[in-house]
Design a protein around this ligand. Structure first.
Ligand code: ADP
Ligand code: MG
Length: 262
């Protein structure tokens, strides 16, 4: 059974796509098969893995999904490409429980043969993100250590709780990822410790630093570990992946319904 993880945050530019790509790539390097499912019409995850967006979104095309999965330049790493069609974005998000349960079936069924499925969500709390959460076992929330980070965080955590109590009791907050961290900024340190204080061990220990190699890698269609193995960003994502793997076996993850302190 695949471990299905939504990478979500309603804010844009916080590192969702970057985290989905690099965590999936790191898992593939460790010998697990990993699939990135791109449901954001911007298709950054698709192009960042060196794959062309699809004309029609595979989740809507009505063809067997496995046939729509693209290989990437890295063994074990695959992508279900997104589509830039606005009509498709509407259709995917014109949604309801039906879409959520269809998505769950599609992911748990045909795509269940991957060890990991990471869903790169669009920057919204809309139906598409809801459907992704309803189909997932976990949510990973990347946040940028800046002003208002906590506010945004409580909204997405609340959405996860709602989803858990209404449609998907299995959903857990798998982890909060601190991204684009700049240790020279006083504020970044303050935000990081505030988030840790509130969400305790739900926050991954590894902190992803701001690193230009991370932002360059997608234009080469590669993960940062492939593009610049010795870069700081590469080491940070590698450490994060080790934590992800550690949490495979841990049963003490914080459930969406009972955060560290609430
Ligand atoms: N740790 C980082 N250091 C430097 N640039 C980063 C880092 N993480 C993400 N970026 C860049 O910031 C931008 C937004 O990141 P992205 O992952 O696309 O965010 P989201 O998917 O949440 O909108 C992208 O250009 C990406 O390359
Ligand atoms: Mg994105």
């Amino acid at each position: 059974m695949a471990r299905i993880i939504s990478v979500a945050n309603q804010k844009g530019g916080v590192g969702k796509t970057t985290t989905a790509i690099n965590v999936a790539a790191g898992l593939a390097k460790s010998g697990r098969s990993a699939l990135v499912v791109d449901v954001d019409p911007q298709c950054n995850a698709t192009s960042g893995l060196g794959v062309e967006p699809a004309a029609r979104h595979p989740l809507l095309a009505g063809r067997p999904l496995l046939g729509e999965v693209s290989a990437t330049s890295q063994p074990g790493l695959f992508v279900l490409p997104g589509s830039q069609s606005l009509a498709d974005a509407d259709a995917l998000s014109a949604s309801n429980r039906q879409r959520a349960s269809a998505l769950r079936q599609q992911l748990g069924g045909e795509l269940g043969r991957f060890d990991y499925v990471l869903i790169d969500c669009p920057p919204s709390l809309g139906q598409l993100t809801r459907a992704a959460l309803a189909a997932s076992g976990e949510i990973y929330i990347p946040i940028q250590c800046e002003y208002f980070a906590m506010e945004g965080l409580s909204q997405i955590v609340e959405l996860a709780r709602q989803c858990r109590s209404r449609e998907n009791p299995r959903l857990e907050i798998g982890g909060i990822v601190l991204t684009m961290f700049d240790p020279a900024l006083e504020l970044a340190n303050e935000v990081a410790s505030e988030v840790r204080e509130y969400f305790a061990e739900t926050v991954f220990e590894s902190i992803i630093p701001r690193d230009v190699a991370i932002s360059e890698a997608p234009s080469h269609g590669r993960s940062v570990m492939d593009y610049a193995p010795r870069a700081r960003g590469s080491r940070a994502y590698t450490e994060l992946v080790m934590e992800v793997i550690d949490r495979e076996s841990s049963s003490s993850r914080t459930r969406a319904g009972s955060p560290a302190r609430a």
